[in-house]
Design a protein around this ligand. Structure first.
Ligand code: ADP
Ligand code: MG
Length: 676
């Protein structure tokens, strides 16, 4: 049978229907998928650790030999233990293999091997369970370790990949234009694909990796640029210069210089005959809402409509109140359209939107899902957009007639990364907080100090301030985490009896949530006990303290968002992070929170600690899943790939040159991968 890249893996030797299913679980369906199933790491057979230097619980490669194979022990039906003694001539180790007679028989007594695995046992007798066993003398010093699932072993995958590579090796098509390979000093794709799996040494592995990372980042960068171009067909919503100084006079504060700059950048965009496609990026509390208000006013002066979309009803209601406050005195008619308004009310608002009586409408995603018709929609603003992906961004422009788009995000990410993630957008940054803001003083405490923390909160309440208490769970659960309901009950009966408490969680009806938020905003409720629904965007300037239970459950960026609920006025504000049994890792994280208040700096730390998987998960950004590139580590390649992408895009915006044909198919593949 003639094997090609597109062949089903079932056609490979040793892959029957059952194993094929295991591979499918890893998203490996074709020979090509298998070849692009890259190792998650390598074992360097030349750097082995003596047994005496190993620590229990850590993973090592250890060179030595099997001295004695013990008779197999059948411990119960279907479970046989194979044990052997291994020595590095200084100390012994027991290895245990479960059930795999095949593996056990594949090495013999006295044969030199390298073991790889986690050390267990005790100080008297160290052990290694289910180690990987490599025969010494294998030509490669670097052994690949693959992501696998049950039913597959490292050895199996290795053999199958090797076989696949040898079957198609001389038929790997080179998609990259030659001059780029030359300029970037990159190896061929065929070399890269072989050496990413079976590098003879570290250098070959790095060379291969660099090539594959570059391919992926260039493809992504170029794809984003193409998207950007595609969304820029002409718009009938070209707007004209307006005097908006009355807006600046009407609001209760002066804009910061970066807020002015952002407003002007948007206005300049909207005066062009292609639609604006802009990201407004600013840390929590940097004042994005007023920028949205200012440009809605500009649109209003052009006699056109603006729609603002928020991720939750709470936020939509809040924006509604804020924008109404800024804009209604200037004659702008502002409307709110959320699921929880009555049918009658909704009908009225809908009519207002169609007839053009409403100038600015604020809502949740329902604004776009339902068949809301606009009279003359020129601007679409979405808030906290990290919850929307590339596709959603694209779908927004389908409302109205190619309207201008502004997305606002409070996820601070370094500029190089933003360029990649939001490559389809232009970027405005609010990099300065309004004057008079103070750093939120942050403490990390264990549960033992909870009582004192509550005392501190009461002190703030007695000064007329308000507080948030965040408790992550809704339901009681087996790990002993408290349900927010029983937790709030307890607080109101004990610690906070005599204070007015409100409860907010995601399972409440939108109307109930709104009601609680309004009562908190008005000051009627002084302590808001909540799940993370308060995470994004809620703005109550009189709240000066936030206590976060189980703070170990959050990443730095999320803690930062939560902390951003306070410190929004001119009073000193506090954040208390509570954990009951902090691990070392958690202590480290909380220390960083206490030290750093800048969102950008925190996101860099977050990246370092958690790795980009969490942060750049496609779920969050709607980006295609990357197989090998790591956007936080491969910064240098990222920059170069970005520059190359730009160069290619400028010289051949539709990728019609024959030499760019390969790139075109790479882009198609990458962006299609996202959908499965
Ligand atoms: P975010 O960027 O997190 O959405 P908001 O728009 O909610 O921030 O603004 C946070 C708070 O700062 C609001 O209470 C807002 O009224 C206030 N604010 C915004 N800009 C300024 C400014 N230039 N001077 C003083 N206060 C401001
Ligand atoms: Mg906001």
């Amino acid at each position: 049978m003639n094997i090609s890249l597109e062949s089903d893996i079932k056609n490979l030797k040793g892959v029957g229907p059952k194993r094929a299913e295991c591979y499918n679980k890893l998203s490996v369906h074709t020979v090509k998928d298998l070849i692009y199933h890259f190792p998650r790491g390598y074992i360097d057979l030349t750097s082995s650790t003596p047994i005496k230097d190993t620590i229990i619980g850590e993973v090592y490669a250890i060179a030595g030999r099997i001295t004695k194979k013990l008779p197999p022990a059948r411990i119960r039906k279907g479970m046989t233990l194979f044990k052997a003694v291994f020595t590095d001539d200084e100390e012994d180790l027991t290895i245990t293999i479960y059930n795999s007679e095949y593996l056990f028989n594949s090495f013999s007594e006295g044969e030199p091997v390298v073991l790889y695995g986690k050390i267990s046992g005790n100080l008297v007798r160290k052990e290694m369970s289910s180690p990987l066993v490599f025969k010494i003398g294998a030509s490669n010093q670097m052994q690949p370790v693959y992501p696998i699932t049950e039913g597959l072993t490292q050895a199996l995958v290795r053999v199958t990949v090797k076989n696949a590579l040898s079957l198609i090796n001389n038929r790997i098509y080179e998609p990259m234009p030659k001059d780029i390979l030359k300029r970037m000093g990159l190896c061929s794709l065929a070399y890269a694909l072989y050496n990413i799996h079976f590098p003879p040494d570290e250098y070959s592995m790095q060379t291969a990796k660099k090539r594959l990372v570059f391919d992926e980042l260039l493809t992504l960068g170029l794809g984003m640029l193409l998207l950007k171009g595609r969304n820029r067909e002409k718009t009938p919503n070209k707007l004209y210069d307006q005097n908006i100084s009355e807006f600046y006079k009407a609001i209760p504060f002066d804009l910061t210089s970066c807020q002015y700059r952002a407003v002007n950048e948007c206005i300049e965009d909207m005066k062009k005959d292609r639609p604006m496609n802009r990201l407004l990026q600013g840390d929590v509390g940097s004042g994005k809402t007023v920028v949205a208000a200012a440009i809605s006013y500009f649109v209003y002066k052009n006699k056109k409509q603006t729609a603002l979309m928020a991720p939750t009803e709470i936020l939509a209601s809040q924006h509604y109140e804020t924008l109404k406050g800024f804009l209604e005195p200037l004659g702008v008619r502002v409307g709110l359209l959320i699921g929880s308004v009555s049918a009658k009310e909704r009908k009225k608002i809908n009519e207002g939107i169609i007839s053009g009586e409403i100038d600015v409408v604020i809502g949740t995603q329902t604004l776009y899902q339902q068949s809301v018709e606009f009279y003359d929609l020129a601007l679409v603003i979405t808030d906290e957009q990290h919850r929307f992906g590339v596709e959603q961004r694209a779908s927004l422009s389908k409302k109205g007639e190619n309207p201008h788009i502004l997305v606002m995000s409070a996820t601070p990410i370094p500029r190089t990364l933003a360029l990649m993630i939001y490559g389809d957008l232009d970027i405005s940054v609010l990099d300065e907080l309004p004057r008079g803001r103070k750093k939120v003083i942050t403490y990390a405490v264990t549960g033992k100090l909870r009582k004192r923390a509550f005392g501190f909160i009461k002190g703030e309440l007695d000064k007329g301030r308000q507080a948030y208490i965040v408790c992550p769970m809704i339901e009681d659960n087996e790990q002993g985490l408290k349900s927010v309901k029983s937790y709030a009950n307890e607080l109101s009966q004990n610690e906070f009896s005599g204070y007015s408490l409100g409860l907010l969680h995601g399972k409440m009806k939108p109307k109930e949530k709104d009601n609680i938020m309004l009562r908190f905003k008005s000051g009627e409720i002084s302590v808001l006990v909540s799940t993370t629904v308060v995470e994004v965007g809620v703005d109550v300037a009189n709240a000066t303290v936030i206590l976060i239970e189980n703070s170990e459950r959050f990443g730095l960026s999320q803690l930062h968002q939560l902390r951003g609920r306070v410190g929004r006025g001119s009073e000193s504000s506090y954040c208390i992070l509570v954990t009951d049994n902090p691990t070392e890792d958690c202590k480290k994280r909380l220390k960083i929170m206490c030290r750093i208040s800048d969102g950008f700096e925190l996101s860099r730390e977050d990246l370092k600690m958690r790795g980009p998987g969490d942060f750049f998960g496609s779920a969050q950004h709607g980006l295609p899943k990357l197989k090998i590139a790591d956007m936080s580590e491969d910064i240098e390649i990222l920059k170069k790939a970005q520059a190359e992408a730009k160069r290619i895009y400028e010289s051949d915006p539709e990728l019609l040159n024959p030499e760019n044909k390969g790139l075109r198919s790479l882009i198609k593949e990458l962006f299609e991968r996202r959908s499965d």
